[in-house]
Design a protein around this ligand. Sequence first.
Ligand code: NDP
Length: 445
Amino acid sequence: MAEVVEKVYEQVVARNRGETEFHQAVREVLDSLAPVIAKHPHYADDALLERIVEPERQVIFRVPWVDDAGNVQVNRGFRIEFNSALGPYKGGLRFHPSVNAGIIKFLGFEQIFKNALTNQAIGGGKGGSDFDPHGRSDAEVMRFCQSFMTELSRHIGPSTDVPAGDIGVGGREIGFLFGQYKRLRNSYDAGVLTGKGLGWGGSLVRTEATGYGTVLFAQSMLATKGQSLEGKRVAVSGSGNVAIYAIEKAQQLGATPITFSDSSGYVVDEAGVDLDLLKQVKEVERGRVADYVSRRPGARLVTEGRVWDVPAEVALPCATQNELDGAGAATLLRNGCAVVAEGANMPSTPEAIEAFQAAGILYAPGKAANAGGVATSALEMEQNAGRTRWSFETAEAKLTGIMADIHDSCVAAAEEYGRPGDYVLGANAAGFTRVADVMIAHGIV
Ligand code: NDP
């Protein structure tokens, strides 16, 4: 069986040259599928594996816009519609200078299995641009978003493809994107984007959902060992949407988050993160982590090394891909870390994952642990379709139930394929079989 998946992997590398993050994401999923295909060989029939690694559609487009100084800027836009077996393509938009086809493709590929794990009717997709919103005025961000949506609007729709936020795309950007979509279509299709403002079709709990879900997943993993987050020190990376609400939920559950970071460095606050101050600096002022330290006695800024150097029992990587490497994993393990739950997408390198698994700690891959964000996006779509709005408590109860179900599906699949406690195998196998069964039902498309 290993031979079948190896051939598919070689084809992916040959066809998507230089797209290393995409190769990495495919490698991880295919490695998990060997025992699935050994037990159920029909999943390798009719080139199903070859089809699942090939996006259904890829759109790459020019995004010209005018900056505040009157200069014309040109960025590149992407939307990769990877798999629509389960529902409309669904996945965020990332605005970051590092964005390229390989990064969007890896994110779109991960999204297929993540969305399947939520058990909701959503396919997988992802998009974005190499535009960098840092240091840009609101007016520049608006003009960029309007130009980006002018092309993107041809490809999306509430039953076709429903983007949301990701790195560099939050409430402000979703607002500008929605405004332009509505203007172009002359139609108030609230369900075309998720992560909308609460006054115009957004769902309560969507802002919090990814971070909250990640921590709920960590809590479920600990419960399998008769433990909880109560009293545990937590190292968090990032200081954006996912990190902030992971810190909030960890605090609610009695843990003590002591770190966060951005691309300028990381902060250690041994007294526990002051969440109100962090939100003020990051959500209101769009500042840097140093702005927190200057107002918080006892907190220190570290610009060398990694956040993983700080001793903690729980690690929540919530920034970006490959931010936690083999050396970072070794340091975490040496310092007694026993739980890693990924708020970011693919933050751990293959070497780090290997180290966590060899040490037998609780390790949850992003496609399971951070699925609460997209799950709540699907809840937002459901509210938009029904022209209704749920309370915070209703939406949070649904998120909590979904995260518990994802956890239990991963545990059950890991057991079924002979590797109890292996959440990587569990997430990949459970997500894959759901999508694959529907692809088989739909025929060769
Ligand atoms: P934000 O843009 O809100 O925050 C990103 C944070 O990560 C910032 O603190 C940013 O610092 C830091 N960061 C980003 N890129 C780098 C980098 N190359 N090096 C160092 N630091 C970096 O994004 P989100 O919180 O929404 O996303 C974080 C992660 O979570 C991503 O992997 C995303 O794909 C994943 N995710 C997000 C979901 C969501 O609902 N938003 C859902 C599921 C997964 P700086 O500002 O200095 O760049």
